[in-house]
Every structure is written in C-alpha cells, then in structure tokens.
Write a protein of this length. Structure first.
Length: 163
C-alpha cells in the first residue's frame, strides 16, 4: 500500500506576482471564495460561448465598481492592503486581481499567460496533434458537398402505388 507524502512537502499553494521590483505573495482563498470564483468563471464562459444563462445567475454575479474592488480585496486578501499601502496604482492592482481570479478558477499556467499578456486576452493554445478535432482538416477536405437530389417520382409511379 502506497503512502502519500504530505502536500506541504512539495506543493506551493501561493501565487507570486512581481510588481515594480517587489514580489507580492497571494495566499490561497477559502473554499467558499474558491467556489464563488468557479461559478463566476463558469457563467462567464457560458455567456462568451453564447449559451443561455438564467437571469438569477447573472444577477447574483453582476458587480458595480465598489463590488469589483471588494472582489479583488477578497481574492488578494492581505496582499490587497499591502499593495494599497505601497501606493500600487489601481490598474496594477486590477491586473493582479484578475490574474488571481484566473489562477483560482483555472491554474498557474493560464494565470501566467494572462499576466504576461499585460491584460490582453492570451492567444489560444493549439491542441497537440493527437488531440486535435477531426474537423481540423485542410480546408479542401473539410468542405462537404450537398447530397445530390434524388429524382422525384413521376405521376405514373405514384399512381401505381394504389393512391
């Protein structure tokens, strides 16, 4: 029977963001905040892909400016206050907060891609060749022709059916 090593021996649950020569360490959020961020992202992805979202779900996730700041305070934790005390400009805090939201909802790799893109949407990653969709064929073979129309039965043949 194998025994797992203690997670603290090899897992770093923090996110480290360098801003203006200083490294800010974001601690992991509590479970309730993690679940809330997951729901936020789930609804966002559904909206972006054109899926229907219930009005109640949207209403519970809409944020005004004050709530947006509170969201960043919620996900950045004590690091938010540290950034404010260090006079970090709001766009930097917002970028750090959004990066942290992505980290919570997905993983460090996606958070780093967003961070490194300066807040721009990172380019989509290509799937490995063995995982590409079958529809990703060259354009010349992906186009299907409409099926040939079958000839309509003549009046003679329909009268022979006993109608």
């Amino acid at each position: 029977m194998s025994q797992f090593k203690d997670l603290d021996d090899f897992f770093d649950p923090t996110l480290r963001l360098p801003i203006r020569g200083k490294e800010y360490v974001i601690q992991p959020v509590d479970a309730a905040t993690g679940v809330w961020v997951q729901r936020l992202f789930e609804v966002g992805v559904r909206l972006q892909s054109g899926d229907d979202v219930e009005e109640a779900q949207l209403a519970s996730l809409k944020l005004d400016d004050a709530e947006e700041r509170d969201t960043f305070r919620r996900v950045l934790g004590d690091t938010y206050d540290e950034m404010v005390a260090d006079n970090v400009p709001w766009p930097y805090i917002k970028h750090a907060g959004t990066t942290t939201l992505i980290w919570i909802a997905t993983d460090k790799d996606r958070a780093e891609a967003y961070w490194s893109a300066g807040g721009e949407r990172p380019k989509a990653r290509k799937a490995p060749a063995d995982r590409q969709a079958k529809s990703a064929r060259p354009a010349s073979t992906a186009t299907k022709k409409a099926p040939a129309k079958k000839p309509r039965a003549s009046a003679k043949s329909s009268s022979n059916t006993g109608r």
